[in-house]
Ligand binder design. Structure first.
Ligand code: NOJ
Length: 709
């Protein structure tokens, strides 16, 4: 398709239409999918509807074909609609939630999650997914930490690349490949006090060093779209923020793709107090470089006037429209507007056995063993099963709208299928009470397994919480169960780090998150020891809410607390330690890994050299297992204060029983730079600390100097 000549034939209204994204029900009234807010209340004319450029959300292939057919009959130039949707952690085969995925420390696995998600989603004619979300997070009160990859910028880079490559797979024209829209640009994860949609206020240095790398990695990996965030940055809503959308994105990063607002976020510029009305919001949006407006009507109602009044040149509109049409062309939609939509293919592919098996494997790697006094893995013991999640099938978690929890196995079913003897299952209405008449059955058990956590709707968008204890007082069940004097294994189902002090009396705690279609089967595999846990946390678990924000890669402060040294006037709390309950990078295994020695090939390096760091690790157990070996660096002296440690590499390595391995990392100069407030790379010579360990608290360390050639 020759986009320029097509544009020459389009009226200004038709061009503006390409910048509008609306829900399917505008085209076919029965298709009422996910529509709320402002756009509903506004009257859309027939002409506007049938000139709009893209659709948000679609149920299945039949619906997509119906909408596209009707649209093409009415659209003068037969420009196909582009269908976008939130395919976040699977389509119908649901994988663990993104926070859990990140705990696998396995980008290859995560890439394949995206690949399978694309393969399944395309069968309903979805062309673009609003994923990955790479908002760096430090506050578990924010419900959307469940969609994030945690508190580390390097991990965001690694997973952003993996997901974009998985969805797009080199050529988005091919059937089975969908375009990736990275979100939410920028720093949405820093919503103040963890309240969703709240203000963000951060320094440019933090923006460039901590918050932007994830988005940049997605763009560098080829992500074709980027979604703006709901929050302000420097007081300017991200959706109309010229610094973000022009200076950073276009000028510095050379992004050629499409920018899209979040849901109604262009209109919300008014509530931010940065536009008087939709007219001003439209003016600010197009001037800043916003291409598509999702679910509000500022452009469609006002751009024509703004251009005819000479406020902006028509070139700005043309640039945006050209980007949208180019994407449609690159997706192959002009040749095949129904690309992918195929009910028969859907039957063969969607939720196939192969995909479900893979989902189970991903769930194995995403769960994190937080505590184990040796009770796990279970050894032929009889199990009494208690808690809200004993019989529930709700393992899909937030943002899994195509997934069906009903099809998942309950924990009870999964344990039985795995050959675990279940002698009692709690079924009464009040999940925190153990009925007296059930005591004899529980007494006949060897181990009590308690499955508790958050409701699936307690995390995710607009689901912030200020109290992070396990909700509904479910921890009472653990205390009550102690009367039986049996070992207690607690399984947690949740979408964020919780405050877990009150359940420390458990003999073992397994963080299972919301682990998808095969979650309970995966739990059973870990409990009976068929699989050895290997997940590690990517977000710190605080001891109490007062410690938040708490993250491992913080600055040192001028008065750091030195453990073991008594000094009142240092940075600490009177009533709680500075350390989290479970630190970033932490996770147990049934194996026992010992880090013995750390060695550098030299104790200094220049820009052109690479240092090799070696660490000797032994699996001091009779079980083979995976260990995630983590490399951290610290820039000891720099012009700006630098974090006490920063993850710079990791390796997930298999160790046979009693095997010793020397694991090596290359340290090159790219790992030693930081970014200044303008986003420029800065290299400073001096001393660096290299640390290697099983988590961010337990490391072996050594120093080296970065020197001039
Ligand atoms: C709002 C959410 O913030 C965003 O993540 C999502 O992609 C859009 N709605 C579209 O559903």
């Amino acid at each position: 398709m020759n986009i320029k000549s097509l544009m020459n034939q389009m009226t200004i209204e038709e061009k503006i239409g390409q910048l509008l994204q609306i829900a399917p029900f505008f085209f076919i009234k029965e298709l009422d999918i996910e529509v709320s807010g402002h756009v509903n209340t506004l009257s859309m004319t027939h002409q506007k509807i049938f000139s709009s450029g893209s659709v948000l959300g679609i149920g299945n292939a039949e619906e997509m074909i119906q909408v596209q057919t009707k649209y093409l009959q009415e659209n003068r130039h037969k420009i196909p609609l582009m269908f976008m949707a939130d395919i976040i952690h699977g389509y119908e085969t649901i994988f663990p939630v993104p926070l859990a995925l990140s705990c696998s420390w396995n980008p290859g696995l995560v890439k394949n999650v995206a690949r399978i998600s694309a393969l399944e989603a395309q069968t309903s004619g979805i062309h673009v997914t609003f994923s990955p979300m790479v908002d760096l997070v430090r506050d578990p009160r924010w419900g959307r930490v469940v969609e994030s990859f945690g508190e580390d910028p390097y991990l965001h880079e690694v997973y952003a690349k993996a997901m974009v490559e998985g969805y797009q797979n080199e050529d988005i024209k091919k059937v089975g490949h969908i375009a990736s829209c990275v979100k939410h640009f920028a720093a949405y994860g820093l919503s103040e006090a963890g309240r969703d949609y709240n203000t963000v206020d951060l320094s440019r240095v933090s923006l460039h060093n901590q918050f932007l790398p994830g988005y940049k990695a997605a763009i560098d990996a080829g992500a074709r779209l980027i979604m703006t965030a709901f929050n302000v940055l420097d007081g300017i809503p991200s959706t109309v923020n010229q610094y973000l959308l022009r200076d950073v994105l276009r000028k510095t990063w050379k992004f050629q793709g499409v920018t899209i607002s979040d849901y109604d976020s262009l209109h919300q510029v008014i509530a931010h107090g940065c536009a008087k009305d939709d007219y001003e919001a439209a003016y600010r949006g197009i001037s800043a470089g916003l291409d598509i407006e999702m679910a509000s009507l500022c452009y469609v109602n006002h751009l024509k006037t703004i251009i005819s009044e000479g406020k902006i040149s028509c070139d700005l509109l043309d640039e945006a429209v050209e980007r949208v049409l180019t994407l449609k062309n690159d997706l192959g939609l002009f040749e095949n507007p129904f690309k992918g939509a195929d009910p028969n293919l859907a039957k063969a592919l969607v939720r196939s056995e192969k995909h479900l098996d893979f989902s189970r494997k991903v769930a194995h790697e995403s769960m994190v063993l937080l505590k184990n006094d040796g009770i796990l893995p279970l050894k032929q013991q009889k199990v009494a099963l208690l808690g809200l999640y004993a019989t529930s099938r709700e393992t899909n978690g937030p943002w899994s709208w195509h997934g069906k929890n009903d099809l998942n196995a309950s924990l009870e079913e999964a344990l039985i299928a795995a050959g675990i003897q279940v002698c009692y299952v709690q079924r009464q209405e009040d999940p925190n009470q153990i009925p007296k008449e059930d005591y004899p059955m529980i007494e006949s058990a060897d181990v009590i397994v308690i499955a508790i956590g958050e409701h699936t709707k307690q995390s995710g968008e607009a689901h912030s919480r200020s109290i992070l204890e396990i909700p509904f007082e479910q921890d009472k069940l653990i205390h009550d169960a102690q009367r039986f004097n049996k070992p207690i294994v607690t399984l947690l189902y949740n979408g964020r780090p919780l405050i877990l002090e009150s359940i420390q009396s458990s003999n073992a705690i397994l963080e299972t998150w919301f682990s998808g279609s095969m979650g309970n089967h995966a739990i059973a595999d870990l409990l009976n020891g068929n699989i050895n846990p290997s997940g590690k946390l990517t977000m710190s678990f605080p001891r109490n809410v007062g410690q938040i924000p708490i993250y491992y890669n913080h600055l040192n402060t001028g008065r750091p607390q030195v453990l073991g040294v008594q000094n009142e006037y240092v940075s600490y709390y009177l009533d709680v330690s500075n350390q989290p309950l479970y630190p970033f990078g932490y996770g147990l295994s049934y194996s026992n890994f010992k880090y013995q020695s750390i060695q550098l090939s030299k104790n200094q390096m220049t820009k052109n050299e690479t240092l090799s760091l070696e660490v000797q690790i032994t699996n001091d157990s009779d079980r083979g297992g995976y260990e995630v070996v983590q490399l951290y660096l610290r820039d000891v002296v720099a012009y700006i204060s630098r974090p006490v440690m920063e993850l710079k590499g990791f390796k997930k390595i298999w160790f046979s029983p009693h095997e010793t391995k020397v694991v090596s990392f290359d340290i090159h100069h790219d790992m030693l730079s930081y970014r200044n407030e303008y986003g420029e790379d800065v290299f400073e010579y001096g001393t660096f600390k290299a640390m290697v360990g099983s988590d961010s608290l337990h490391v072996l360390s050594t120093d080296f100097d970065f020197v001039k050639e």
